[in-house]
Design a protein around this ligand. Structure first.
Ligand code: UN1
Length: 487
């Protein structure tokens, strides 16, 4: 187990590479500042080079066989201890998460606790049945399957869920006996250091988890090119995801990509409108809209559109936007200056296209703050309607019928999550079948997931290798078929 006193990471001097159980610095560093007040520095991080990535693969490849041979109940204990430790450090982790990318404190805390729940789920799953037995055509043969780890896994994780997404990749990857090389997004670096510290202190052996902080673009060849790589798991943009897949396409590397979304909600005239408005606003605006599951289009039946608009405006008016460290805040800043600029570009386009602002503003606020904004009168071929904005921006569309709504909702390159608000059971059942998305909610917001069920999308949203639950287990393992008999 790591001796924390002798070797602890430091955000002050950039000792943030965790390789083979030791914290290292690097010649190059990068600094991060607090998106809530850009002048405040939050840490200095080591910018790993290709040599660090190679050392991480060396460590992972060396440690993996011993870890795979460790009995599953023992691996389960390590993950359960990590859950306990993370809960014990929930305040520090929450603070780190907010400092990294500005998530409002309540949501940040809930995310840290979600990570603990994921660790506990995987810990429990490790004691569930593994493999199957089958009847054989040969009466002397026993025919069975055993589940085996893949080997060395590379995890590349985004900044929008600095704890939850890495945990739902690392927990099953490590739990089922793989070793990991982990590259988190720069804007999640502080949280990554804390999570790695927790996993090490819980007893993940040296070399089984290796953290390389740094700049993605500079490291991608080293991360994807290593011949010891067995599986690649990535959550982030479509552009990067597709490039990563191409980088490993001529080798047998298992690939799991969770990419963008443009998630629709449909509100029918028979829905509970105040409830629907509250759910749609949550789905669109919490986490400042920076979720691939965020609601970004809402289709409302014309007969209730005026009432629904008024309810949405009123609900958004009640959101507390501001200091993410304040327990009362609902919506914090965007995660970084780059993210603010990307969202500002869509707002500029909205101005150029002359769309109507239902509530909010087309101007960015101070620093990384953008007001929760609802637009209407957007053309169906506008980038605002087609592309993932990843900010607190919702497009509202009036439709004549349920049929028109579902056709429009499905008319997108993405297919992650979708929602229908209705009290008509027949419509709800139709929607569950007809919506083209990996996740469907009836009378619930599009965002939010539970750790024990599969997560992922269809079409451009995913490589269709689901994460979490049994699907996560299936991704991080492979099956060996055993024909067993005596001579
Ligand atoms: C959630 O909705 O709580 O990057 C999780 C994302 C998704 C996770 C969403 N992969 O936003």
């Amino acid at each position: 187990m790591l001796d924390l006193a002798a070797s602890s990471p430091s955000l002050a001097d950039g000792r943030t590479l965790f390789i083979d159980g030791v914290w290292h610095d690097a010649q190059e560093t990068y600094e991060r500042s607090d998106p809530a007040g850009l002048e405040a520095a939050t840490g200095v991080f080591a910018a790993a080079g290709a040599e660090h990535v190679r050392a991480a693969y060396d460590a992972a490849a060396g440690a993996q066989p011993g870890w795979a041979a460790t009995p599953a109940p023992q691996r389960a204990d390590v993950l359960r201890r990590a859950a306990d430790l993370l809960e014990f450090r929930v305040d520090a982790a929450t603070h780190r998460l907010t400092a990294d990318m500005g998530k409002a404190r309540r949501d940040a805390r809930a995310e840290v606790l979600r990570s603990a729940a994921i660790l506990r789920y995987v810990s429990g799953d490790l004691l569930q049945p593994s493999g199957e037995t089958y009847p054989s055509a040969d009466p002397s043969t026993m025919l069975l399957t055993v589940e085996e780890p893949l080997g060395v896994v590379c995890a590349i994780t985004p900044w929008n869920f600095p704890f939850a997404i890495p945990t739902w990749k690392l927990a099953p990857a490590i739990g089922f006996g793989n070793a990991v090389v982990w590259k988190p997004a720069e804007a999640a670096s502080g949280s990554a250091v804390l999570l790695a510290e927790v996993l090490a202190a819980a007893g993940v052996p040296d070399g089984v988890l290796n953290l390389v902080t740094g700049r993605g673009r500079a490291l991608s060849t080293a991360l994807t090119g290593d011949p010891r790589l067995s599986a690649l798991t990535f959550t982030g943009s479509n552009g990067v995801g597709v490039a990563l897949r191409q980088a490993v396409a001529d080798r047998n590397v298992k690939v799991q990509l969770e990419l963008g979304g443009k998630n629709p909600a449909i509100v029918l005239a028979d829905a509970d409108l105040p409830y629907a408005a509250a759910q749609v606003v949550r789905g669109a605006m919490l986490s400042t809209g920076q979720r691939c599951t965020a609601t970004s289009r809402v289709y409302v039946e014309r007969s209730v559109a005026a009432e629904f608009r008024a309810l949405v405006r009123e609900t958004i008016g009640q959101l507390v936007v501001g200091d993410p460290y304040d327990e009362a805040t609902d919506v914090g800043p965007l995660a970084s200056v780059q993210q603010r600029d990307a969202v500002a570009e869509y707002l500029r386009l909205a101005g150029e296209e002359g769309v109507e602002v239902v509530t909010g503003s087309l101007a960015v606020g101070d620093g990384c703050f953008v007001a929760p904004t609802v637009l209407t009168g957007v053309r169906s071929d506008s980038a605002l309607m087609l592309e993932e904005i990843f900010g607190p921006v919702l497009v509202l569309v009036e439709v004549d019928s349920y049929d028109a709504a579902i056709a429009a909702a499905n008319d997108t390159q993405f297919g992650l999550s979708s929602a229908l608000f209705t009290t008509d059971l027949a419509r709800a059942m139709h929607f569950v079948r007809a919506t083209r998305s990996g996740i469907v909610h009836v009378n619930r917001e599009t965002a939010g997931v539970e750790p024990h069920v599969p997560f992922g999308g269809v079409k451009a949203s995913s490589s269709m290798q689901r994460e979490q639950g049994k699907a996560g287990r299936a991704f991080f393992t492979t099956t060996k078929t055993v024909y067993l008999r005596t001579p």
